[in-house]
Design a protein around this ligand. Structure first.
Ligand code: AMP
Length: 218
């Protein structure tokens, strides 16, 4: 069973690697943010309390997250594994998750940390362009993510624009906040012998994926 946790700072290419792993190993990509948004969309009483926390930018309670996660990872499509994205966010969640895995008789899993240099992450972020019409996202610095034609959306041919939240200042704040909050988590998994560090450097998505596969096939 391949149960995988991806830990990645902004702009490390987690979205691309999640898709490659999910397609290749035929396992679902589970984002806790998406699970929460689905619950809100259903309009359940639980959804209403989640909505309030998310609007304020607070973390949703461990109890709620664990219930949603347990329901999700015990579905039949998770039988061969899954990729977790956005969870665990801190050590407390990591410990709860470890207990949950033991209770379900699941493997300890694999944790992959995509290590990216802050300057490279910044360069990638400010090179990101999106389509205001269909929402497609491109990156002028990443070969696989360039639009086919200049500044034009490959999907709908609309003119592409820079994202307003992709400024240097905002990015540096997001990056530092992420690294501060995940440092403990990285140490925790390192001490358990479950952490695999993959350096992103100037590698292509395929080169990184080769390294991910090596970790997963071990
Ligand atoms: P995301 O889509 O990962 O950016 O998450 C969006 C929001 O969902 C966060 O700001 C939190 O309010 C909530 N959330 C997502 N994952 C978690 C988690 N593991 N624990 C608590 N709250 C979470």
């Amino acid at each position: 069973m391949k149960n995988i946790i991806f830990i990645a700072p902004p702009a490390a290419g987690k979205g691309t690697q999640s898709k490659l792993v999910s397609d290749t190993y035929n396992i679902p990509h589970i984002s806790t943010g998406d699970l929460l948004r689905e619950e809100i969309a259903k309009g359940t009483p639980l959804g209403l309390t989640i909505k309030d926390d998310m609007k304020k930018g607070n973390l949703v309670s461990d109890e709620v997250i664990t219930t949603l996660l347990r329901n999700r990872i015990t579905k039949p499509d998770c039988q061969n594994g899954y990729i977790l994205d956005g969870y665990p966010r801190n050590i407390k969640q990591a410990k709860i998750y470890r207990d949950l895995l033991q209770e379900l008789n699941y493997d300890d899993g694999v944790v992959i940390f995509f290590d990216i240099d802050k300057d490279l992450a910044l360069k990638r972020t400010i090179s990101r362009i999106v389509c205001p019409n269909c929402g497609a996202s491109y990156n002028l610095l990443v070969e696989e993510l360039k639009p086919l034609e200049g500044n034009i959306c490959t999907r709908c041919h609309h003119e592409l624009k820079t994202r307003t939240d992709d400024t240097e200042e905002v990015f540096i704040h997001r990056f530092d906040t992420y690294m501060n909050s995940t440092k403990e988590l990285i140490d925790y998994y390192q001490n358990l012998g479950l952490l695999h560090k993959i350096s992103v450097e100037e590698k292509s998505a395929n080169e990184i994926f080769e390294e991910v596969k090596k970790v997963l096939n071990d």
